[in-house]
Design a protein around this ligand. Structure first.
Ligand code: TRP
Ligand code: SF4
Length: 328
């Protein structure tokens, strides 16, 4: 049953899809599409904010990401799936929002300050990078999104979306809806080095990895750093690999791993082999579904064309109202 709830979310097209994307966002999207009206897109313009110097991969990342989403179970009849830049209305609403968003709000944004710190190899003192949350606000408002599935790190961006929309409504009349975050409570999936799984850390298991690569990555994955020798007991809750078990293994296996690890009953190598028993069949099934889209790229193109048409229709409705409110 679909009701007036509208779900909107995007993923930046800055790399190939990894397990962190799946468990942090896509799995949730796939569940939401059956309950609500959903708009999901590859945020290729958002990728530009940090990749503007070399944009050559963004297009293929966006297309590959969408194909991955479909192979994972996102369904074009359930959700509207598209690429952000194919609906240029995002840019118009972004421009309008940028006229009424105080610079101070953007400069105070904790994610902005943090990213400037973390990505020191990139010159990010650009208008577009500062305006990242304004574009995100436009993404959401364009489809009158009411719920936005995001990770905890995106809460400050969503708060800015709400503030921008509140200000718009205050200035031009109550037209747009303030969205709410749909937070997933799942603990973070950790990468092979124990940090959050991320493209920029080089610690991810990619969906496009060959079977052998996945095995190598798992077998060299970081484990509880305090468990130095086989006979030392370990703490699975301090073990990055265990975050994978929590997603892939069944409850009995998870219980065995917890007690085996805490009593040194199992070694990390056995524990990793156990993980592969559930991860590998899942990944094999994915690769098979994904392969079908690799050999039939037309299928993805057609789905995207239909998605853009549906998204554009909604976007144009909103912009008509917005232009009217602005007396343009
Ligand atoms: N900023 C989001 C992220 O990095 C991606 C994004 C862009 C987004 N536009 C959005 C998420 C709109 C939700 C809604 O994850
Ligand atoms: Fe991690 Fe498993 Fe080793 Fe425990 S036994 S530290 S859970 S890999």
């Amino acid at each position: 049953m679909k009701n007036s709830i509208r779900v909107v979310s995007g993923i930046r097209s800055t790399g190939e899809t990894h397990l962190g994307h799946y468990f942090g966002a896509l799995k949730n999207w796939i569940a939401l599409q059956h309950q609500y009206e959903c708009f999901f897109f590859a945020a290729d313009w958002h990728a530009f904010t940090t990749e503007y110097k070399d944009t050559s991969h963004i297009r293929s990342f966006a297309l590959n990401n969408v194909a991955d989403w479909l192979a994972l179970g996102l369904h074009p009849e359930k959700a509207t799936i598209f690429i952000q830049s194919h609906v240029p209305e995002h840019a118009e609403l972004y421009l309008i929002f940028s006229m009424m968003t105080p610079l101070g709000w953007l400069e105070r944004n904790p994610t902005y300050k943090e990213q400037i710190q973390q990505l020191q190899n990139k010159d990010l003192s650009m208008l577009g990078f500062l305006g990242y949350p304004v574009l995100q606000a436009a993404d959401i408002a364009l489809y009158r999104g009411t719920q936005v599935p995001v990770g905890e790190d995106q809460l400050s961006h969503l708060e800015l979306t709400r503030e921008i929309i509140r200000r718009f409504n205050h200035l031009y009349g109550n037209l747009l809806l303030e969205p709410e975050a749909l937070l997933s409570d799942a603990p973070k999936l950790l990468g092979s080095d124990g940090r959050k799984m991320s493209n920029s850390y080089g610690n991810a298991i990619y969906l496009s990895d060959a079977k052998k690569v996945v095995i190598d990555k798992v077998m060299t994955y970081m484990t509880d750093p305090a468990r130095k020798r086989r006979q030392d007991p370990g703490d699975p809750f301090k073990c990055p690999l265990f975050t994978l078990h929590q997603r892939f293994s069944g409850v009995p296996v998870i219980h065995d791993v917890i007690s085996g690890c805490q009593t040194a009953g199992i070694g990390c190598i056995d524990c990793k082999k156990k993980l592969l028993e559930s991860l590998t069949p899942w990944h094999d099934a994915f690769l098979e579904r994904r392969h079908d889209l690799t050999v039939h790229p037309k299928k993805v193109e057609e789905i995207l064309e239909a998605g853009v048409r549906k998204a554009t229709l909604e976007a144009q409705k909103t912009l008509l109202d917005v232009r009217g409110a602005l007396k343009l």
